[in-house]
Design a protein around this ligand. Structure first.
Ligand code: SR1
Ligand code: MG
Length: 400
């Protein structure tokens, strides 16, 4: 495309829908009643298209730059990758990602299922809502993807073809820089409150922390286990609680960072974001909510382990992939997840791209919450057997 393509606006969306046959089948262009720009993520422009009396559609356009930093170029090809991954994840984890309706490779637009009856989980957690079952749904999602796109689920040739077809170097580089590098060096992206300067120096300067982060980065860059989501924070999850006879719905979205990586990265992303949500709860003196949130770590893990174990009899090559391998692999994923959780939590309180959980706290509470997150991250990185009970103690001590 030469990266020259027209940016969608709310005004041009109806004509765009009418011109795309796959889209016009999903939503009647003549019936469009409203187009709202709803993107609040860092990367893309997103429109919710409403059609009176019927389902709408969501359009997501990737521009050749980062939405929140237009002077930061980034490939719009992320949109093609996202389309492929949505299809693949929809195959192995049906009902846990949005349905894909259309892919426009010229203007880098994806059209997806209207999930406007859902809400972003991070926002609901920050309102101290307790959506039972979501953490388990996500553990099942990670397990189904972690098995279904792995050597175990695909066999050697399809796994290698998957690795080759899922290269995502530019988006991976963002993670390698923002999660695993910049928080550990002097960098213009870092945003550190003066009152947290010593906390950050103690965390990022600790040789044991630095070694653990370096090893986690190496694992992220080299362990091509499965086609992981790659950015599974609580802002990448949509939730609709059960109501009026309709069941609960949980969807992981925004899969543009997906690539063949370590499965523990997705579990760790969730765990790290539970730490951030719990730090908020404790800072606001809502101990009950914080305790509930930290309990989600076990819920996600147990659902992951149960689902992965249930899929294990379907592995394509049981000759030496016996039950001892299952046990060893689960232990590896769990250990990886603890380190990745630390990296994902710490980056949100040191580097580029903070999260509302922490950013919307008053400054005095934010300082304490950040201190707690860094103590928790260090524990997750260096303790021989890290525990979320101890994470809770560390967070509580910091905000006391
Ligand atoms: C420049 S993008 C910053 C962050 O937004 C995404 O959600 C990823 O987490 C990325 O690291
Ligand atoms: Mg995102």
């Amino acid at each position: 495309t030469g990266q020259q393509y027209e940016k969608l606006t709310a005004a041009t969306v109806p004509a765009y829908v009418a011109a795309r046959p796959a889209l016009a089948r999903a939503v009647d262009p003549a019936g469009i009643t409203a187009v709202r720009e709803v993107g609040d993520g860092n990367m893309n422009v997103v429109f919710a298209v409403e059609a009176g009396g019927g389902p709408g559609v969501v359009l997501k356009q990737a521009m050749p730059y980062v939405r929140v930093a237009p002077d930061w170029p980034i490939t719009p090809d992320r949109n093609r990758i996202e389309a492929r991954v949505l299809t693949e994840h929809g195959r192995v984890a049906p009902g846990l990602v949005p349905a894909l309706y259309d892919e426009d490779e010229d203007r880098h637009v994806l059209a997806m299922e209207d999930l406007s009856d859902h809400q972003v989980w991070r926002g609901r957690l920050n309102e101290a809502r307790r959506d039972e079952g979501v953490a388990g749904d996500l553990g099942r999602y990670v397990a189904r993807v972690g098995f279904g796109t792995s050597v175990f689920g695909l066999g050697p040739y399809a796994h290698k073809a998957g690795v080759a077809a899922s290269m995502n170097p530019e988006l991976c580089e963002i993670t390698e820089d923002l999660v695993f590098t910049e928080p550990y060096i002097e960098h213009e992206h870092n945003r550190i409150l003066p009152a947290n300067a010593e906390d950050v120096a103690a965390y990022a300067g600790d040789p044991a922390v630095r070694t653990a982060i370096g090893l986690a980065k190496l694992s992220f860059m080299t362990h091509a286990e499965a086609l992981i989501h790659g950015d599974l924070h609580t802002g990448s999850v949509l939730v609709r609680p059960a109501a009026d006879g309709a069941p609960r719905s949980t969807r992981a979205f925004d899969v543009e960072f997906a690539f063949y990586g370590p499965v523990g990265f997705d579990i760790g992303a969730l765990w790290g974001n539970y730490v951030l949500a719990a730090a908020r709860g404790l800072a606001l003196k809502d101990e009950a909510h914080a305790e509930w949130v930290l309990g989600l770590a076990a819920e996600t893990w147990e659902a992951f382990e149960t689902e992965f174990t249930a899929l294990w009899p379907d592995r394509l090559d049981p000759r030496v992939y016996g039950d001892g391998v299952l046990e060893g692999y689960l232990a590896k994923v769990r250990a990886d997840a603890a380190a990745f959780a630390a990296a994902k939590a710490a980056r949100r309180v040191i580097g580029f791209s903070g999260v509302a959980d922490i950013q919307t706290l008053p400054e005095d509470l934010r300082v304490k919450a950040i201190r707690g997150v860094l103590h928790a991250a260090r524990h997750l990185l260096v303790a021989p057997a890290p525990s979320f009970a101890h994470v809770g103690d560390l967070l509580a001590d910091a905000v006391a």
